[in-house]
Write a protein that binds this ligand. Sequence first.
Ligand code: NDP
Ligand code: 2IT
Length: 448
Amino acid sequence: MSVTQRIESIYAQILQRNPGETEFHQAVREVLDTLDPVLAKRPELAEAKIIERVSEPERQLIFRVPWSDDSGEVHINRGFRVEFNSALGPYKGGLRFHPSVTLGIVKFLGFEQIFKNALTGMPIGGGKGGSDFDPKNRSDAEIMRFCQSFMTELYRHLGEYTDVPAGDIGVGGREIGYLFGQYKRITNRYESGVLTGKGLGWGGAQARTEATGYGCVLFTAEMLRTRGEDLDGQRVVVSGSGNVAIYAIEKAQQLGATVVTCSDSTGYVVDEKGIDLELLKQIKEVERGRVSDYAERRGAGAHFVTGTGVWEVPCDVALPCATQNELNGADAATLVEHGVKAVAEGANMPTTPEGVRILQGAGVLYGPGKAANAGGVATSALEMQQNASRDSWTFAHTEERLAQIMGHIHRSCHETAERYGRPGNYVVGANIAGFELVAEAMVAQGLI
Ligand code: NDP
Ligand code: 2IT
């Protein structure tokens, strides 16, 4: 059997064994599409069935999460944690609370996380979790009761040496606080390293909140540098208005770019003067409001557009920072038509396969999420490091470490793509560099 046939047969088996999990299929397909040359060069990895093993989670947990709302009505949600791969360290990855969460979504995110975490160079395995709970329009007390119920089941699977969750969509500092409190209460242990994204007064790391967005922009700057450019004076379009989007906007502005958009699931804002970040933070982080409120309060110059058309706004750099499959083939074609130079993914898998093909085909610098958004989990690993040594570093020191890590990730993607004869292809570089690290550790650790 040729290497290509072997990979096709592995993929066919994955489709058959994981029916209906379309996002998981998409994430696996993208990685498998780049691994031919690795298996051709290293038959021992094929022999050890590393691809088959790495695409089967080590453990998948699904559990009931009962809670009652403020009026006393009972609700039942579903909780998930997929402990995907522990070759490089304890399972590490965020929790997502969003009504669209299914096992397939958690598996796609967990699969991506394995290679992303490897790329950081930090000792962390891959995992992901969450719930189909919808936090929108819920009171603080309801969020707390949900988090307590979720952790009452999940705690038995966690530990600083076992599995270390963090935030993702719908899970930020408030939720991590309630989850940590319940873990501590049940276990009677102040085990700081069991969760990351904690508050700064109780074991959290400086710059973790900013890290994903900052890292994504630092990665963009590294990509532009390969063509003798930087972010100064560039016009940037950002989607989303959550944690990743806000701090991508902040870093892009610090580097001299003008960011003209942000969005949420109802629509997007165009603000030609450049996003007023203090106003956006006040509305999103403090008031938990919508981007339409931003347009209203910002006044003349900014306007709100209903729907998903943010990629129609002309730009030099596009940063999708909302959710999966938010940038499709037609969007990519529009961006190319408008002369986009770089697209870097703050979100996980925001560009569809067709979108990726179009961007790469047009010679656009394209940074896939598992490289471009790895600054968040890398800084989570720095938080674990501080917790383990009962230390706390300054913002400047932590941000410097983040910048070094993003530089390292960019270099290793870039060099790996060159080594495999695909210069400038960050998808090939990220997938192969991440896969090789995980595969080598798996081979060394035997058939487990
Ligand atoms: P937040 O919950 O803070 O923000 C999510 C943003 O995306 C909101 O603006 C939200 O709008 C929008 N959004 C979410 N779901 C949808 C949807 N189905 N359709 C349209 N818009 C949507 O999450 P984060 O900023 O933390 O996460 C954003 C992305 O970044 C995700 O893909 C996540 O996996 C990824 N990521 C996050 C990291 C982190 O450290 N937080 C690290 C690496 C990647 P609305 O409020 O209307 O739902
Ligand atoms: O997708 C991601 O990398 C995250 N949501 C962050 C994970 C983490 O453990 O910090």
